[in-house]
Design a protein around this ligand. Structure first.
Ligand code: PEP
Ligand code: MG
Length: 593
């Protein structure tokens, strides 16, 4: 939705444009726009051998189908825009799709790859240049200008071919606000909060990993803003309001003033929360809860300490594999885990094995992940680790060698049956034997081996899993996604993503009960753990360990210190007897006051 505000009051200034989207990461940021996709993609050029021809053509076809999918998503987004601009946008995107499908482009590229042995990027760039010479020769200025679209289509395919995650953000000036068609989790990992202070994009859902990363980095972000790239231009002033899901381009002076005041008051509130840092995480009736932090990037560890986290409840090791074409070797992994172990002094660190697949991409493993029809249900997470034994072996070996003071636990993502746990445990024993015989570890104690409960089937089989696993970590993000069949990163179905759906609460309850019956520790580490509204539910269920983004921790501690565990238990029995999520929400809101 777009509104133009105050048309008469700011004569001489551009009209303020307000665009609505999904506020996925709270806070307010005011700065200058950096339009992510504006820069031309560098084109690698090299000659290929005859045997590489089919692979190059296949790369080109894969890039074209990825570009087609992206355009289809954008067309649907355009349909949610009202008025004449919707139609214009739709036709433009349709024209781009037709160009993508054009036989002439495909044939030209194939000929250059086959006959001239050019790599796919170089062949595409040459073919686009040739088509542009035809446009340049046209007399009609309107038709000639359509050449720009050919160039844009070429850039779109090129970005898929060259893996645009490699465009860094390091040359940006301070206080930049990044806008783009799509921001991937890998892009987010490259954002230095000293330069990038917020971002917005056309595509993306509230619970996708990009949103999780934004919250973890404390960057205000609004995703799913259909008309963003029609109005945003590099260098223009912009406000990102992550609380309201609002983007304001060319704000009026009064709007700027209002937002600067809001930002100042947010900073004051944050400082007040920081004073809780050294107070114990204990309820009014004396129940202690271990509040830990989720770590996305090694640099998060400073924030963990600043927030007063007792340890790292979830180390997402994906960062070691993103934005590069090779795999990290064992030494690099050890150094990174040690950095985090040292950062949290004597705290516990829970290292999760690689959880790529779906929206989380690692180029070096791309050939395993590329072809799945349903990536979220395909070869990903622990399934990939078991399929590529050297990957699992190097992760386990690095974790075992970095396990100083026996403070490290190992956590397996996307577990669905006991065999997977047994296979990993066997591998861990083998690696331990090898490392002990090499004198690389002392080998007396193996780390605890836990599993994520994030697939509904795993929650319902939690009694069986609890016999094999040493601990559970409930991943509410994926648990909600798979229970309700909602893609976390798809803004079009975001309204159905409901943490309070009775099916979700019952699955969590079932898993927690199973763990407790067998005396196995259980924590929650999905986004629900960092949302104070859900705290009474977890406390009442008997959860005594929560792991969340460090920025959420002070508010959770503040709320915890005002709650009584006994009252939360009563609330939970009411909540679990309900089958209507509206009623559940009402009861919880009433309790939260
Ligand atoms: C989850 O699914 O809740 C979780 C913590 O894992 P991730 O968000 O990394 O998939
Ligand atoms: Mg998960």
């Amino acid at each position: 939705m777009k509104t133009k505000a105050n048309p008469n009051e700011n004569a001489g200034q551009p009209t303020e444009i307000r665009l609505r989207g999904l506020g996925v990461s709270p806070g307010v940021a005011v700065g200058a726009i950096h339009l992510r996709d504006a820069s031309a993609v560098p084109i690698p050029e090299y000659l290929i051998s005859a045997s590489q021809v089919p692979r190059e053509i296949n790369r080109f076809d894969t890039a074209v189908s990825a570009a087609e999918k992206q355009l289809a998503k954008l067309r649907e987004k355009a349909a949610s825009v009202h008025g004449a601009s919707a139609e214009e946008l739709f036709f433009l995107l349709e024209a781009h799709s037709q160009m993508l499908r054009s036989g002439q482009l495909r044939e030209g590229v194939e000929r250059r790859v086959r006959e001239e042995r050019q790599n796919a990027e170089a062949a595409l760039a040459a073919e686009i240049e040739q088509i542009l010479t035809i446009f340049d020769a046209i007399d009609d200025p309107y038709l000639r200008s359509r050449g720009d679209e050919v160039r844009q289509v070429g850039q779109r395919i090129l970005r898929h071919l060259t893996d645009r995650a490699y465009q860094g953000f390091d040359r940006l000036s301070r206080n930049s606000l990044v806008i783009a068609e799509e921001v991937t989790p890998a892009d987010t990992a490259l954002m230095d909060p000293k330069r990038v202070i917020g971002f917005a994009s056309v595509l993306g859902g509230a619970e996708g990993h990009t949103a999780v990363m934004a919250r973890s980095l404390g960057l205000p972000a609004v995703l799913g803003v259909p008309e963003l790239l029609r109005h945003g231009r590099s260098g223009a002033m912009m406000i990102i309001d992550g609380d309201e899901g609002l983007v304001i381009i060319d704000p009026y002076k009064e709007t700027l003033e209002l937002y600067r005041r809001r930002r100042a008051s947010q900073l004051r509130a944050n400082r007040a929360l920081q004073r809780l840092r050294d107070l114990p995480a204990v309820t009014k009736d004396g129940v202690r809860v271990s509040l830990q932090a989720n770590v996305e990037l090694p640099s998060d560890v400073e924030q963990c300490v600043a927030a007063g986290a007792e340890g790292v409840g979830l180390l997402r090791t994906e960062y070691l594999f993103m934005n590069r074409h090779d795999l990290p070797d064992e030494e690099e992994q050890i150094a990174s885990i040690r950095h985090i172990m040292h950062g949290v002094a004597d705290g516990q660190v829970t290292v999760r094995t690689l959880d790529v697949g779906g929206e989380k991409i690692a180029s070096a493993l791309g050939h395993h992940l590329a072809e799945a029809a349903n990536p979220a249900l395909g070869l990903r997470a622990v399934r990939l680790s078991l399929r590529v034994p050297e990957l699992l072996e190097s992760q386990l070996s690095a974790a075992l060698r970095a396990n100083e003071g026996n403070r490290l636990r190992i956590l397996l993502p996307m577990i669905v049956n006991v065999d997977e746990i047994r296979l990993v445990r066997r591998k861990m024993e083998e690696v331990t034997l090898r490392l002990t015989s090499q004198g690389l570890i002392a080998g007396e104690t193996l780390p605890s081996l836990g599993v994520m409960i994030e697939i509904p089937g795993a929650a319902l089989a939690a009694d069986a899993l609890a016999r094999e696993a040493d601990f559970f970590a409930i991943g509410t993000n994926d648990l909600i996604m798979y229970t309700l069949a909602i893609d976390r990163s798809d803004e079009r179905v975001a309204y159905l993503y409901d943490p309070l759906h009775p099916a979700v609460l019952r699955l969590i309850h079932f898993a927690v009960d199973a763990a407790r019956r067998q005396d196995k520790p259980v924590s929650v580490c999905g986004e629900m753990a960092g949302d104070a509204r859900y705290l009474p539910f977890f406390l009442g269920l008997g959860i005594r360990e929560l792991s969340m983004r460090p920025t959420a921790l002070p508010r959770i501690k503040q709320r915890l210190r005002r709650l009584e565990a006994a009252a939360c238990e009563e609330l939970v029995s009411q909540l679990l007897s309900q089958s209507d999520s509206h009623e559940i929400k009402r009861l919880l809101n009433e309790f939260n006051g």
